[in-house]
Ligand binder design. Structure first.
Ligand SMILES: Cc1cc2nc3c(=O)[nH]c(=O)nc-3n(C[C@H](O)[C@H](O)[C@H](O)COP(=O)(O)OP(=O)(O)OC[C@H]3O[C@@H](n4cnc5c(N)ncnc54)[C@H](O)[C@@H]3O)c2cc1C
Length: 425
């Protein structure tokens, strides 16, 4: 028994996966504590895209209208610029949904919004500045395997080490997951061949309105843009492990590349004055063989690291949250979350993750091959032909907007405010 709020579930990590899991569990009447190591959600370069599927989910929860009243950009196209021409591979605008676009909103704004809505639920508790440092393993499952029964965490405000017991721990602590390591699980690398250097340049009112998620390819690098309200986040690709050489060369080659390949940014590349204003992202694509231990479930990047290529890591993490909720809530209500339930959640999600990661590995290979040959990546002629067909672009949008085998939230699990007050008491 814990002091004070006594959760049934502890979620470690307040990124998109952990936040949505905690929200959905609390909306289903489960008492849940979300532990986030940082003291706020305001972190740079984390991915800002909310896909049509995510917006439809939020709509079904009655949250989409209020969220989309906050500043964001609606990206309707995905374009690919090469020295041989531009192709539009994806047309979200043709999707038969009111949410026929990718909403680009700073991740911190989305997480702050979700945290505020979750705080209205009696079964939800958020502890910020709470870094999980250990797993409590003091029980045994009926088949004799040790069972995770809670976590140990450091409270940043007081510096104290604390323990929190729960019937289930959800590890949603991202690509460098400590929960994964503590449980003795390993993410096997699948073949990332690039790294990305991120920086920002200011956005001007007359910038191309459709450039929000565009990619620009050159001979040795490409840049990906992510539009924000006041600036562009720019990811500049490097060969894996190539950072020391790029750092030593300084910002000049980056200026030249951007000015040549994204000419409308040439007037402001000089605003990137120092390598200190860049952040290196070591791109990873990896997956854990088993996403659970008795009493512990890994979701999101903790279970499977998704690279920024394709911009669907947030979608995958949120879909994990939905698949987990669908199975965890009935199990918690029935009194036990056994290994069969945790294995079923992995089985629900792993095929989709495999498809997405295989696609990312193929893209990494093509980019690396083009780079090694010193040729700019160019779309195959067939792709240029088929993407001229609107039907193709809409089908591509559907695949990206919903991901493979998207889960549907079982909304019958959600409880009314009165019911959830009773269960939290
Ligand atoms: C530079 C970059 C750009 C990206 N761009 C995109 C994009 O445009 N679109 C997209 O969909 N995806 C993008 N991604 C991928 C996307 O960010 C991830 O796939 C997604 O955030 C995974 O969500 P998550 O909730 O599993 O983990 P995360 O978002 O990584 O969240 C994990 C959370 O756990 C917390 N945490 C870590 N350790 C502990 C601990 N010990 N105790 C408590 N809390 C802890 C962290 O502070 C963090 O808040 C990008 C990733 C990067 C790195």
């Amino acid at each position: 028994m814990n002091d004070g709020f006594d959760p049934e579930v502890v979620v470690a990590g307040g990124g998109p996966g952990g936040m949505v899991t905690a929200y959905l569990l609390a909306r289903s009447g489960v008492r849940v504590t979300l532990l986030e190591s940082h003291r706020d959600f305001d972190r740079d370069f984390r991915g800002d895209s909310l896909h049509p599927w995510t917006l439809e989910l939020l709509d079904s929860l009655g949250l989409a209208g209020d969220l989309l009243a906050l500043p964001h950009f609606a990206a309707r196209w995905f374009r690919f610029h090469t020295p041989h021409g531009t192709i539009r591979t994806t047309d979200y605008g043709g999707l038969p949904t009111p949410y026929n676009y990718v909403a680009l909103m700073p991740q911190s704004r989305f997480l702050d919004f979700m945290a505020a809505r979750a705080a209205e639920l009696p079964g939800f508790e958020l502890r910020l500045g709470a870094k999980v440092t250990g797993l409590l393993v003091d029980g045994e499952t009926p088949d004799g395997a040790p069972e995770v029964t809670g976590v140990r965490y450091r409270d940043a405000a007081s510096g104290a080490e604390r323990e929190l017991r729960a019937r289930l721990v959800v590890g949603a602590d991202g690509r460098f997951s400590r929960m994964r390591r503590l449980a003795g699980l390993t993410a096997e690398p699948l073949g990332a061949r690039s790294d990305l250097l991120w920086f920002r340049l200011p956005r001007h009112d007359d910038d191309p309105p459709e450039a929000d998620v565009d990619l620009y390819f050159g001979r040795h690098h490409y840049v990906g843009l992510l539009g924000g309200p006041t600036d562009w986040q720019i990811g500049y690709s490097l060969p894996k492990g190539g950072y020391p050489a790029v750092r030593d060369a300084g910002v000049e080659p980056i200026h030249r590349f951007v000015a040549e390949h994204v000419p409308w940014l040439a007037d402001r590349v000089e605003k990137l004055t120092s390598m200190d204003d860049t952040t290196l992202l070591s791109v990873d694509i990896s997956r854990v063989a088993t996403w659970w231990r008795p009493g512990l479930l890994l979701i999101g990047d903790a279970a499977h690291v998704i690279s920024p290529v394709g911009g669907n890591g947030i979608l995958m993490a949120v879909q994990d949250a939905v698949a987990a909720t669908n199975r965890l809530v009935p199990a918690l209500r029935a009194g036990r979350v056994g290994p069969d339930v945790l294995a079923a959640i992995q089985a629900d999600r792993e095929p989709a993750i495999q498809v997405v990661q295989a696609q990312q590995v193929r893209t990494e290979k093509r980019v690396a091959k083009a780079r090694e040959r010193g040729r700019p990546m160019s779309p195959p002629a067939i792709l240029r032909l088929v993407t001229a067909l609107p039907g193709f672009r809409v089908r591509a949008a559907r695949r990206n907007a919903y991901g493979p085998n998207p889960p549907a939230l079982d909304v019958s699990l959600l409880v009314t405010r009165a019911q959830s007050s009773d269960s939290a008491a």
